[in-house]
Design a protein around this ligand. Structure first.
Ligand code: LIP
Length: 273
């Protein structure tokens, strides 16, 4: 299996780089926008073309593997994580950024075996930053090892938080109230618009914590491994173990910081992936 994983990793990195090339090429062009679950949930032809390219490559290289992709699920495919080796893919994480040419966009590719993430690759082709991790082997950006900041206290933490695409007034209010409570103590909060890159920023030691309700497994599966391999913590916002399909995530450079954030939030429930 070790040899298989090395081969799968090699293919995942190649696919991420090629997909990144497609995104970089399309980044300078005006996009035709369509919406999915709501007016703020965007998709472009590039999201769909990149995902089609990735599914074709995975099918060709590993015909027995399963596939979960943001746009395949949007097109009606079931989101099912089984024990079979499964590629979990977001062709463009940060589609709104992509449309506005805000340079935080990434292709996110994870491979799970027995429901455990073994490989994580996140590539921001605009900034040419390739984040990679294999389980038990550390995390890297462009080959350089990553390590979290180790910050433990909210008062010295620079956080990341996202508004998400859901504009249900009740859900939105709970999220804003959470930010309010957290921000009375935290040093600052930024919003990059990409869950995968948020997690990579914490893995890089630049940011210290991140919370979001409403994300999907394809947004966070690769970032989950990269952050953990950099020494970070990924939990459910309740403080329980994370369930990648539960549509919520809390990340931090330390367990202590995560628990401090968890103690301040009320939960927003979404239907599982
Ligand atoms: C995005 C997430 C982000 C969230 C956005 C959106 P997409 O993913 O990465 O964290 O706040 O609403 O879901 O849709 O660009 O792949």
């Amino acid at each position: 299996m070790a040899a298989d994983m090395a081969k799968i990793y090699e293919v995942a990195v190649k696919i991420a780089k090629d997909a990144g090339g497609m995104i970089r090429e399309a980044f300078r062009l005006d996009q035709v926008i369509q919406t999915k679950e709501g007016a703020m949930d965007l998709v472009t032809e590039t999201d769909q073309n990149v995902e089609k390219y990735i599914t074709d490559m995975v099918e060709e290289s590993f015909p027995t593997h399963s596939f979960i992709g943001e746009e395949s699920v949007a097109a009606g495919k079931k989101c099912e994580l089984t024990d079979n080796p499964t590629w979990i893919v977001d062709p463009i994480d940060g589609t709104t950024n992509f449309v506005h040419r805000f340079p935080f966009v990434a292709v996110s590719i994870a491979v799970a075996v027995n429901k455990d993430i073994e490989i994580g690759v996140v590539y921001n082709p605009i900034q040419d930053q390739l984040y990679t991790a294999r389980k038990g082997q550390g995390a890297f950006v462009n080959g350089k090892p990553l390590k979290v900041s180790g910050k433990e206290n909210l008062g010295e933490a620079l956080l990341l938080g996202e508004f998400g695409a859901d504009r249900n007034p009740e859900n939105f209010k709970t999220k804003m109230d959470n930010f309010h409570k957290i921000m009375l103590q935290a040093r600052g909060m930024r919003s990059l618009g990409s869950a995968a890159l948020n997690m990579c920023m914490i893995a890089s030691g630049v940011n210290d914590g991140y919370i979001e309700y409403g994300i999907h497994i394809w947004d966070i599966a690769a970032g989950y491994l990269i952050l953990r391999e950099a020494g970070g913590v990924v939990l459910d916002p309740s403080g329980d173990a994370v369930d990648l399909c539960s549509r919520s995530v809390l990340c931090g450079s330390t367990d202590k910081l995560c628990r401090e954030i968890a103690s301040k939030v009320n939960h927003v429930r979404y239907e599982r992936d």
